[in-house]
Unconditional design. Structure first.
Length: 272
């Protein structure tokens, strides 16, 4: 794929940094879209007037950022997916700051409260119908994985009808964390899952109806109450209580889940 000309003339010093900035800008602007093949190392070196090692260094950095992917036998391609970039950034902050699970999950309650506030203003009747259908599906417990997927779909829909893309992306990822931890803590047991995430079907439907009635105050309160109950259930689940003896804030447990589920090549398969 052809590149646009570098905007500033490259100067001596950290030439690789300038190439990284230029390519990053082209990726984020869509000039180099997701899935596009990057020119070969030789073509890039000629384009920027630099050596092969400088290009390799630039590509390595952009790959570490999650903006490029290189596989054996194929040319480097652009992998600019907003959710993946956001997930890696948020996961890095959570791990670096050694945040505990309660603080991270508490943020989801605040985000979803804002989402329903916007949904009351912006959601169409079709949006609300989709959320109502998603809420109905969450009551159909077959196994832990399918139950988690149904809850994921409900909360993804809830954030989407806010019609605020950044808010929706943040909600998706932190929902992914919350459900991922709940699944881990349940150990695959439907009984343990029910203790953590079950028997809240009515509460989820009440949130839908509050949005349908355009009752912002009630919708926000219902969401906040819902998340407080979920966090409390996570804290008092048998597995969590066992872990908290050595890891009081479930900080290490959270960090371990993020390392296993968020990173280059892993991503978040469920659109959280």
């Amino acid at each position: 794929m052809p590149l646009s000309q570098p905007s500033p003339k490259l100067y001596r010093g950290r030439v690789a940094d300038q190439i990284i900035d230029d390519l990053r800008g082209q990726i984020l602007s869509g000039t180099l879209p997701d899935g596009a093949r990057l020119p070969s190392e030789r073509e890039l070196a000629a384009h920027y007037g630099v050596s092969g090692p400088t290009i390799r260094e630039s590509v390595r950095v952009l790959t570490a950022m999650g903006l490029l992917a290189t596989r054996n036998g194929t040319r480097t391609t652009v992998t600019a997916r907003g959710d993946a970039l956001l997930a890696m950034s948020v996961a890095s902050v959570v791990q670096f700051a050694k945040m505990n699970a309660t603080d991270v999950l508490g943020l989801l309650g605040a985000l979803n409260a804002y989402a329903v506030e916007l949904a009351v203003e912006r959601a169409s009747d079709q949006d609300i119908a989709a959320l109502r259908a998603a809420a109905a599906q969450t009551g159909e417990l077959v196994d832990v994985e399918s139950a988690a997927a149904a809850l994921q779909h409900y909360f993804v829909t809830l954030s989407a009808i806010s019609h605020n893309p950044l808010l929706a992306a943040l909600c998706r990822f932190i929902t992914e964390i919350q459900l991922g931890l709940a699944v881990e803590l349940s150990g695959g047991s439907t009984d343990d899952w029910q203790r953590v995430a079950g028997s809240l079907d009515r509460a989820r439907m009440e949130i839908v109806e509050a949005i349908a009635q355009r009752d912002s105050a009630r919708a926000v309160q219902l969401v906040r109450d819902y998340h407080r109950k979920v966090i409390k259930r996570i804290q008092i689940s048998p597995r969590a209580q066992e872990l908290r003896k050595a890891d009081p804030g479930l900080t290490a447990f959270l960090s371990s889940w993020l390392r296993a589920n968020v990173g280059l090549g892993s991503g978040t398969d469920r659109k959280a």
